[in-house]
Design a protein around this ligand. Structure first.
Ligand code: FAD
Length: 371
C-alpha cells in the first residue's frame, strides 16, 4: 500500500537507488520509500557486465572505486549473501602514443591514491593473456585489483537489507509527477496516489531526464545502447581471462566462467529508452574480437543482450542538488560505471542527505560544470 508521506522518496531501484536506500537505512533513516516502475534491478543494472575497475582518470572516481572495492571485498560478511566478486584484473591495450602518455599519467594518479596499476610491455601483456595479438600494441595498463561481480546479486542484496531495516520498496509503481510549492518539492505522484515528501532522489538511470523534466529541469544525460555477446564454453583461451580492453577499437572481453563475454564497445544512437538487441552488431563484434584474439574465431556466440548506458557529455556522473529547487537530489548519469560505483555512491549520498559532510568530496560531480 502506498504510504501517505515519507521523509525521502527515491525514484528508481537500480544499483544507485537501491544502494542509497540501503545506506540511508544503515544510517538510521527509516521513513524511506523507493518507487520502482518495474522490478528491483530491472533497468540498466541488469544489463551491466559487472566490471569493477580502479583505472579511472579522476581523483573522485578513483576514490569511489577504492571505497567500492573495499565494500565488494566484505560484501558477503556485510550483506549476508555472495555476489561472485572476482579480482581477475583489467588489461587495457594501448596502441597510440598520446593514449599511452595519458594512461601513464592516470596510472601515476591511481598509484598516488593507493591503487595497484602497472604499465606493462606487450610481451608482459601476453604473459597474462597468451592468445593476444599484440603486433600493434605499444603497452598495456594492468590493474590486478580490478575485476567483476554479479550486478543482480548486488542490487537484490541492497534491496533486501534495506527492506529489513524498514525501507519500503514499491515495485510496479512509477513516479508520474513531482509536485512543487514555489521552488520546494512537496510530493511525488504515482498512478496509485501521492506521497507527501520534502526530499526526492532522482536515481532513474537512463530515464533520469524524464524525471527531471517533471520539474522543468533539463539534465545532460543521454542514454546510449550497448551490446554484450556471450559465447558457448570456450576452451580456446586461458581462463580466467581478465577483462581485456582494446583501446584502438573499443572492443572488450573477459571470461564468464568458461565462456567469453564480449562487447564491441558500441555507443549506439540515443534511443527512445528501449534496448532491443540489434543482431547486426554481431559482425562488428566478431571482427574486432578476432583481430585482437584470433583464437576467438572458433567460438560460437550463444546469447546476447543490450542495455542503455546513461551517458553525460564528459562521461562522469552527476551527484548534486537540482539547481534552483529545494528538495530534489540528482544521482544520475553514471555512464558505464554505475554498478561498480554504487557502493560509494550510496554511502556518500546517504551522508549528504542525513546532514553529514560527505566522506568523499564530490564537488567535481556537480551539475554546474555543464552550465
Ligand atoms: C551493456 C552494458 C554494460 C555495462 N557494463 C558495466 C560494467 O561493467 N560496470 C559498471 O559499473 N557499469 C556497467 N554498465 C553501466 C551500468 O549498467 C549503469 O551505470 C548502472 O546500472 C546505472 O544504475 P542506475 O541505478 O543509475 O540505473 P538503472 O539500473 O537503470 O536503475 C534506474 C531504475 O529506475 C527505474 N525508473 C525509471 N523511471 C522510473 C519512474 N518514472 N518511476 C519509478 N522508477 C523508474 C527503472 O525501471 C530502473 O530500474 C553497463 C551498462 C550496459 C548497458
Amino acid at each position: 500500500m502506498l504510504p501517505r508521506a515519507a521523509d525521502i522518496v527515491i525514484i528508481g531501484a537500480g544499483a544507485i537507488g537501491a544502494s542509497i536506500a540501503y545506506h540511508l537505512a544503515r544510517r538510521g533513516a527509516r521513513d524511506v520509500v523507493v518507487l520502482e516502475r518495474e522490478m528491483v534491478g530491472a533497468g540498466s543494472t541488469s544489463k551491466a557486465a559487472g566490471g569493477i575497475r580502479v583505472q579511472f582518470g579522476t581523483r573522485v572516481e578513483i576514490e569511489f572505486s577504492l571505497r567500492s572495492i573495499e565494500f565488494f571485498k566484505r560484501f558477503q560478511d556485510e550483506m549476508g549473501v555472495p555476489c561472485d566478486y572476482r579480482q581477475e584484473g583489467y588489461l587495457i591495450l594501448l596502441s597510440d602514443e598520446a593514449d599511452l602518455a595519458r594512461f601513464r599519467r592516470q596510472a601515476a594518479l591511481q598509484q598516488s591514491l593507493g591503487a595497484d596499476v602497472r604499465i606493462l610491455s606487450p610481451d608482459d601483456a601476453r604473459a597474462i593473456v597468451p592468445e593476444l595479438n599484440v603486433d600493434d600494441v605499444l603497452a598495456a595498463a594492468w590493474g590486478p585489483m580490478d575485476g567483476h561481480a554479479s550486478p543482480n546479486d548486488v542490487v537484490q542484496a541492497y534491496a533486501a537489507r534495506a527492506r529489513e531495516r524498514g525501507v519500503r520498496i514499491l515495485e510496479g509503481t512509477a513516479a508520474t509527477a513531482i509536485e512543487l510549492e514555489g521552488d520546494r518539492v512537496t510530493a511525488v505522484r504515482t498512478p496509485e496516489g501521492r506521497i507527501e515528501t520534502p526530499l526526492v532522489v532522482n536515481a532513474a538511470g537512463p530515464q533520469a531526464p524524464l524525471i527531471a523534466r517533471m520539474v522543468g529541469l533539463e539534465v545532460p544525460v543521454d542514454p546510449r545502447r550497448r551490446h554484450i555477446f556471450v559465447t558457448d564454453e570456450f576452451p580456446g583461451v586461458r581462463h580466467p581471462m581478465p577483462l581485456v580492453i582494446d583501446r584502438k577499437s573499443g572492443f572488450y572481453c573477459r571470461s564468464e566462467q568458461r565462456q567469453v563475454l564480449m562487447s564491441a564497445g558500441d555507443v549506439g544512437a540515443t534511443t527512445e529508452f528501449s534496448a532491443a538487441v540489434d543482431w547486426s552488431m554481431l559482425g562488428e563484434t566478431v571482427d574486432k574480437a578476432v583481430r585482437r584474439i584470433p583464437a576467438l574465431e572458433a567460438a560460437r556466440v550463444r546469447h546476447a543482450w543490450a542495455g542503455l548506458r546513461p551517458l553525460t557529455p564528459d562521461e562522469h556522473a552527476i551527484l548534486d542538488w537540482a539547481p534552483g529547487l529545494r528538495g530534489l537530489y540528482l544521482a544520475i548519469g553514471f555512464c558505464g560505471h554505475g554498478f561498480q560505483h554504487s557502493p560509494a555512491t550510496g554511502q556518500v549520498v546517504a551522508e549528504l542527505l542525513t546532514g553529514t559532510p560527505p566522506s568523499i568530496d564530490v564537488a567535481d560531480l556537480a551539475i554546474t560544470r555543464f552550465q
